[in-house]
Design a protein. Sequence first.
Length: 189
Amino acid sequence: MDQKFYDLLESNPVISAVKDMEGLKACCAREEIKVVFILFGDICNIGAIVDQVEQVDKVAMVHVDLITGLSGKEVAVDFIKNNTAADGIISTKPAMIKRARELSLYTTLRVFVLDSMAFENIEHQMAVARPDTIEILPGLMPKVIRRVCRLVKVPVIAGGLISEKEDVVAALSAGAISVSTTNPNVWLM
């Protein structure tokens, strides 16, 4: 993992996840926010969305699975690399993460831990993808976060349903390096 990216996550434990232009505008106005997870857009506007993040000197991570008009194939990562100034991608697909690493983008593998089978599959996904970070959803499971932190050798981000200071503290105490949230009130904590 790139040391600069790691240091940024460690020193700024709340990641702004944006799902619309209103959220984008709000996070870009906050100087203390350093990393932005972009969870919306389409092939026509993703370049402009990323540019807004980059113009205020923040790391732009595009959730490539959520960009309308892109396929679920690795060529979508090439599109992001060649047509935007994104620093990295987020994806639930190990093949997308693997391709992004080949293109020297930061990578976050997003994993929904809904049952024991999903938990057991993490090791396989990590071996295939080798991401810089892994994001565990929902992020309100300190016991699971702790288990994942022991299992994987990369920093863990807790995301999903984080809405209060106690949620942030619990996730960080369980070993997560940071949390991601679409809740602007949490961004300010």
